[in-house]
Write a protein that binds this ligand. Sequence first.
Ligand code: FES
Ligand code: FES
Length: 158
Amino acid sequence: MVSVPVEITINGRVFSGEVEPRQLLVHFIRENAGLTGTKVGCDTSQCGTCTVQLDGQIAKSCTVLAVQASGSTVNTIEGLSNGVDLHPLQEAFWNKHGLQCGFCTPGMIMASEELLRNNPSPSREEIRHALEGNICRCTGYQNIVSAVEEAAGAMGGS
Ligand code: FES
Ligand code: FES
């Protein structure tokens, strides 16, 4: 079996290894790096549960090969808090009941973090637009939008 070397910085830590050329980034994150916060919901780029930030921009990690991400920086849900305090988005999803089963939550939060970085005071419409690539089977979305709104306020937006 052919394998190729990859080296990816995930949440500030370098992970390297030999992988099959077809290995997806999401599997590298979960299996090689052991960071299981990032979920696989569909494997066909539909659901957004695998959303991470790749060199600062959100990406569905089931649509990227690990070899393509070699040399890049990835941020996952595990890198969002400082290990002690929840990130304001995590806090707001909790406060506003923005999750039920929680399966979509890591992807929702990583996409929301990018939104708030670029637009600190988004309207509900803008939040919905930013999250349209992320599917939730549980909540009906109202509470997710409210959570992002609350986090925007907590982070200095409105
Ligand atoms: S698992 Fe990647 S979009 Fe669904
Ligand atoms: S909280 Fe269950 S899929 Fe979104």
